[in-house]
Design a protein around this ligand. Structure first.
Ligand SMILES: [Zn+2]
Length: 202
């Protein structure tokens, strides 16, 4: 489900939204990414890319970044230097607990994802790229929804993507997210500090 679009509104930061980064996820994330409109961006650039289907390798596995699609992800990041980076993922319902459980700290060596609402989850991008190719004040978000989402879930997911697309800086994005999901942002701040040290929430 390859899809590529650039919205360019002149001066400002570059954002990169990537979907379908592994397995069949692109068949679901395309429904959200194609809903982002030119009007959602008021300054700077938004690059949207949905990858083709690929073998499933976790982005927490170093082998992922050696795979064809993993290299594609690295290439897109190094080409566009986004200040705001969003990976759009989807998950199977049976994995909800695994992704959100406190056991994720010990089982996957990363913080649990945080539910915004309706099964839409937020977290940081893989630590393998967060702390190496991005600067500390860049925004790195993983956004998850159930694959084959309901209309309500898809609407929440798209609304979050639109809020991010409309943000011209980290401060603006944090403010928008605080207005929408204050408790979740507080939790994200706590996890980022615990996991990365003195890092911002996303
Ligand atoms: Zn995924």
């Amino acid at each position: 489900m390859a899809f590529f679009k650039i919205i360019d509104k002149g001066m400002g930061i570059t954002r990169l939204f990537l979907g379908g980064v592994h397995g069949k996820e692109g068949h679901s994330t395309i429904y959200a990414l194609q809903e982002i409109r030119n009007d959602d961006v008021t300054s700077g650039k938004l690059v949207i890319h949905n990858c083709d289907e690929s073998p499933y390798v976790s982005t927490l596995d170093p082998d992922y970044y050696q795979s064809r699609v993993g290299k594609e992800v690295l290439y897109l990041i190094s080409s566009y230097h986004p200040k705001i980076y969003v990976e759009a993922h989807c998950y199977r319902n049976e994995n909800y607990l695994k992704l959100t459980s406190p056991h994720r700290w010990t089982e996957s060596k990363v913080p649990p994802l945080i539910e915004l609402e309706s099964g839409v989850l937020i977290g940081s991008a893989s630590p393998l790229i967060r702390t190496s190719i991005f600067a500390k004040d860049d925004v790195c978000i993983t956004l998850e929804m159930p694959c084959k989402p309901t209309k309500k879930t898809l609407d929440v997911y798209i609304n979050v993507l639109r809020s991010i697309a409309a943000s011209g800086s980290r401060d603006e994005l944090e403010k928008r997210m605080m207005d929408l999901y204050p408790n979740q942002v507080e939790t994200a701040k706590k996890y980022a500090k615990e996991f990365f040290g003195n890092y911002p929430p996303f």
